[in-house]
Write a protein that binds this ligand. Structure first.
Ligand SMILES: [Zn+2]
Length: 723
């Protein structure tokens, strides 16, 4: 019997392979298991005929009529045909075959796009990074709700591949210069030798996780290409399974989300080890975030290699698919729109669409910020909002009704609230653990809590999204209606107690009353929590600045503010230091000025330290004029909104893309472009793409932007720096 951590599972042909880690090492286990798809039809005879069809028979190992809930809104189970695959990899072939028989529309297909490893986890009620025993099957020794589980030490290998560039940009035809593994450099005149040394180092070090930065888009596909050029493809084995590394079939996909283009490279997966590409991972800030990924893999029941690359919506889906499986509910197959993979800041803005009290720009003292914790997720859970619960036929007299709209809500628990339940519960448990004595575990709890929080944030947008399997726009509107009522209720209570509402947005309020103490703010918070039934946090600022929010069609509310809490911590939203396109050098300067200002206790004290802001500016300006600021600190990072040839306007970004194009590197829509401004006044060659940048940059332009960054934070206090 083997007992240990379920590290990973993946299908190979007619088996499911799993790796279990215990104190001695890794054990490989094989199960004869393949996934099933389900077919429904208005006439049972059609199903029986289908199961005997020769074209179908070649793909399946068994068929059976079973009872399942076909649609989420169905009250009862119905007969459907279950087709078990011979080979996990032919799910789509089978589905397309069924669909093409007897014209479209006769058959309705289910569970086609549930990844096999996930189906396997759901079916046996197991989860990756949980503890299980193997004894003629899986035996639970862990609880997915547990907060004190331990992940044993995993071995890691950080790998990067360095090409010997023949032109200004790296190309697949360039030979490998060196490979770096955990800081050790492998270099040789013989390219084959370098690659085989990597293979043998990996085998000897036997890492569990292989970590790269850009391994999906560059390092690993490049290695595959070089191995093929040197005729050693079959020897390029980096996993524990003796399967050579392969290039993904597609290069990647561009997709549109919340008014922006994104690009996601195809994943390069390993077998028996886990490849994490930190640049494809939505929560990667450093190795401590692995604990957030383990938590997601466990709770959402997804292999870590998938979870680390998945959009948050996909994690949420997996959790819903699991709950669907438990209730015997089928997952409809329909084309899934390419899905959002986006930075945290955009998630917030995009997923909200509620009530706003515009702030009056200016500096304020002694302001309280009250935030509802995961308000939208909590509303869905508490009010039982789900596609099938809104306007259900069974509970038309329900007392639980949607404000404004008056819709009745079902008494039976919906699938969305059921799935959110565990996320909300665990987030709450980690919050409590962090409030108590926790010692060394605090960073682990923080990472897990913040990962859960990010799934909760998107759960709302997901509810009404076309690609959500169980989504529905009425449910989306119901949540908004509840949120508006709750916020209005909070505003009314605050105003009745003599507080002025400076700003309110969706689930946060900023209150002010001259001379109010922290206790008084605490009382009004408690009263709101009691009246609404939803938890709220409280923070008090010594001083706080609201900036005028920029008009932007796609982003209706660009929240822009910064301030210092009572304990000197800063909170910054929407200004340069928080933006993803800001060069590191400018960001650092703005943060240094803000850090200095945060020590001031009041508006007049901030005014007093303005001369220090000026000297910080002068110091950075001196560095710029000295010409020694490295290119990567000055690089802007933007996403291409379209392919290079589709641009009309001569922006600096297009300028950089054209130069890369000339060197044979076409930037696809949604891909990141990094460039340094070299001469802003010119018409062409105004920039240098970072990969091609030398030491030169446009000093005047950068000095002007530096002054602008400082002015963003000093201007509200009456100090304007002239570049
Ligand atoms: Zn009902």
């Amino acid at each position: 019997m083997t007992t240990g951590l379920l590290f990973d599972s993946y299908p190979i042909g007619s088996t499911m392979v799993s790796w279990i880690k215990d104190g001695r090492g890794m054990t490989r286990i094989e199960d004869d298991w393949t996934p099933s798809i389900y077919v429904a039809s208005d006439d049972r005879k059609n199903l029986e005929r289908l199961a005997r069809n020769g074209k179908v028979l070649q793909y399946i190992s068994s068929d059976e009529i079973v009872e399942r809930v076909e649609r989420v809104t169905d009250a009862a189970r119905s007969n459907v045909l279950r087709l078990r695959l011979r080979d996990s990899h032919s799910i789509l072939d089978l589905a397309r075959t069924v669909e093409s028989l007897h014209g479209y529309g006769r058959y309705r297909l289910y569970n086609v796009d549930v990844p096999p490893a996930q189906s396997y986890f759901y079916e046996y009620d197991i989860f990756p990074f949980g503890r299980f025993a193997r004894k003629n099957g899986w035996v639970q020794e862990d609880d997915v709700e547990s907060t004190d589980y331990e992940i044993p030490a995993l071995r890691m290998a950080y790998v990067s591949v360095v090409p010997r560039k023949q032109s200004r940009l790296a190309r697949p035809s360039d030979r490998i210069d060196s490979i770096i593994i955990n800081g050790e450099i492998i270099r040789s005149g013989d390219e084959t030798e370098i690659m085989l040394q990597l293979v043998s180092d990996i085998r000897r070090q036997d890492p569990d996780l292989v970590i790269t930065s850009g391994g999906d888009s560059f390092d690993l596909p490049y290695l595959v290409h070089r191995a093929s050029e040197n005729g050693i493809s079959h020897r390029l084995v980096l996993g524990r399974e003796v399967v050579p590394l392969q290039r993904p079939r597609r290069k990647g996909t561009s997709y549109f989300s919340y008014g922006r283009m994104y690009f996601k490279p195809s994943a390069v997966m390993l077998f028996g080890r886990i490849h994490i590409d930190t640049s494809s991972c939505f929560i990667w800030g450093g190795p401590e975030d692995l604990h957030g990924l383990y938590e997601i893999a466990r709770v959402c029941r997804m292999p870590l290699q998938t979870a680390s690359r998945a959009s948050i919506g996909r994690c949420m889906s997996s959790l819903q698919f699991y709950n669907a499986e438990r209730r015997g509910l089928l997952v409809p197959w329909k084309p899934v729109m390419a899905e959002a993979f986006k930075p945290r800041s955009e998630l917030l803005v995009g997923d909200r669409g509620g009530l706003i009290f515009e702030p009056e720009a200016g500096a304020y003292e002694n302001v309280a910020e009250l935030d509802f914790a995961s308000l939208y997720g909590s509303i869905m859970e508490k009010k039982n909002i789900s596609a099938e619960t809104i306007l259900c036929p069974c509970c038309q007299d329900s007392e639980n009704r949607v404000p404004e709209l008056g819709y009745n809500i079902c008494r039976r628990k919906g699938i969305v609230p059921q799935s959110l339940g565990i996320l909300l519960k665990k987030r709450r448990m980690y919050t409590e653990l962090l409030a108590g004595p926790h010692g060394e575990r605090s960073s682990v709890y923080e990472a897990r809590k913040s990962a859960l929080k990010w799934i909760l944030v998107t759960s709302f947008g997901y509810l009404g999204f076309n690609n959500a399997k169980f989504g529905r726009i009425d449910a989306h509107m119901a949540v908004c209606a509840f949120a508006r009522r709750i916020l209005l209720q909070a505003v009314r209570i605050a105003e009745e107690r003599g507080f002025r509402v400076l700003h309110g947005i969706v689930d946060s309020l900023w209150l002010h009353r001259k001379g109010a103490t922290r206790d008084e703010y605490g009382h009004v918070r408690d009263e709101i929590v009691r009246a609404t039934g939803f938890e709220m946090s409280l923070e008090v600022y010594r001083w706080l600045v609201f900036l005028p929010s920029r008009e932007d069609v796609m982003v209706p509310v660009a929240n822009k503010y910064f301030g210092a809490f009572e304990d000197g911590r800063m909170k910054i939203r929407g200004i340069e230091a928080r933006r993803h396109d800001t060069p590191e050098f400018l960001r650092r300067c703005q943060l240094e000025v803000l850090g200095m200002m945060a020590r001031a206790g009041s508006i007049s004290e901030v005014r007093d330290v303005m001369p220090q802001a000026l000297s910080i500016y002068e110091k950075y300006k001196g560095d710029l004029e000295g010409g020694a600021v490295p290119a990567d600190e000055l690089a802007f990072t933007t996403r291409a909104s379209k392919d290079v040839c589709s641009y009309r306007v001569n922006s600096v970004q297009r300028d950089a893309m054209l130069q890369m194009h000339a060197e044979g590197d076409d930037v696809r829509a949604g891909q990141k472009v990094r460039y340094v401004i070299t001469d802003y006044s010119r018409r062409t060659r105004r920039t240098a793409p970072l990969q091609m940048a030398g030491a030169g940059y446009d000093v005047r332009r950068y000095v002007r932007m530096l002054a602008e960054c400082c002015n963003t934070v000093t201007r509200p206090f009456g100090t304007e720096i002239k570049a």
